[in-house]
Ligand binder design. Structure first.
Ligand code: ADP
Ligand code: MG
Length: 266
């Protein structure tokens, strides 16, 4: 269907968890892709590793200017927008210098609100959602994302000690809410790399649901090899293997996400 008409302000969702390898980037790419079927999405790659950029077909050598140029050098947003293989999904890639941003941002004015100001600025293209793929740390890049976001989506690997890992990010959300961005909400928790053959996965899921209740998405993302193969082809899983369990799961997650968005608006 055709994209909806302009809304005044896009919804900004940060994908954050200080742990690496939990499915932040995989969830950002594949949820963005599914949402882009009905809405315009702008995805910012805030991780110096640039996995969201590679995973959407923007090779390391072809990245040019991206989130570093934008946030540290004040480059206009229009200069750093890249099309992706997905219609309605635009990428701001991670540039090679982004690793330096953690240090360089320290010396800049309003260092934790650079991104927030950019998203509120004149240069924003019309879009419905802004997705922010965060690095695996709680440094200034993640802080910029949390300061700019309406909601945080926390991917959680379904493994032992899952709950212990999540307390760090929830405390950080609490602090950001208190000192920088009172509007920030925990949008939800997504259980990733779920293994149906392993009882432990079910126990961990019950544990997380017991603690975070309906903040946890009903949809769980299974461990699926297609999800790990797709990025090396520069494609979201739905374009790489649309019938794979991973593609089916992210489509279900997107349906649930939309449902929640609708409920939130009414
Ligand atoms: P993060 O962004 O949190 O570091 P990624 O999304 O990059 O995590 O995932 C880490 C690794 O695990 C990547 O190689 C990715 O392809 C793979 N991966 C992510 N989710 C799944 C899954 N559900 N099943 C199998 N592999 C996955
Ligand atoms: Mg990542």
């Amino acid at each position: 269907s055709a994209p909806k008409p302009d809304r005044a302000k896009p919804r900004v969702i940060a994908f954050a968890n200080q742990k690496g390898g939990v499915g932040k980037t995989t969830t950002a790419i594949n949820l963005a892709t599914a949402i882009a079927a009905e809405s315009r999405v702008l995805l910012f790659d805030l991780d110096p590793q640039g996995n969201a950029s590679t995973g959407l077909g923007v090779e390391r050598t072809a990245r040019g200017a991206g989130t570093y140029a934008l946030m540290v050098e004040d480059r206009p947003l229009a200069d750093v927008l890249r099309p992706t293989p997905v219609p309605n999904l635009t990428l701001v890639p991670a540039d090679g210098d982004l690793a330096g941003a953690e240090v360089e941002l320290v010396g800049l004015d309003d260092r934790e609100k650079r991104l927030r100001h950019i998203l509120a600025g004149e240069g924003m293209p019309p879009c419905d959602y802004v997705f922010l793929d965060c690095p695996p740390s709680l440094g200034l890049l993640t802080l910029n994302a949390l300061a700019a976001a309406d909601g945080v989506l926390v991917p959680l690997q379904t493994e032992f000690f899952a709950l212990e890992g999540v307390s760090q990010i929830t405390k950080t959300i609490e602090r950001v809410r208190r000192f920088i961005n009172p509007g920030l909400a925990l949008e939800g928790i997504v259980l990733t790399m779920y293994d149906r053959r392993n009882n432990l996965s079910e126990l961990v899921a019950q544990d997380v649901r017991g603690f975070f209740k309906d903040k946890v998405f009903e949809t769980v993302i299974p461990r699926n090899i297609r999800l790990s193969e797709a990025p090396s082809h520069g494609l979201p899983v739905s374009l790489y293997d649309p019938r794979s369990p991973g593609a089916v799961a992210y489509a279900a997650l997107a349906a649930e996400f939309r449902q929640r968005e609708k409920a939130r608006r009414s």
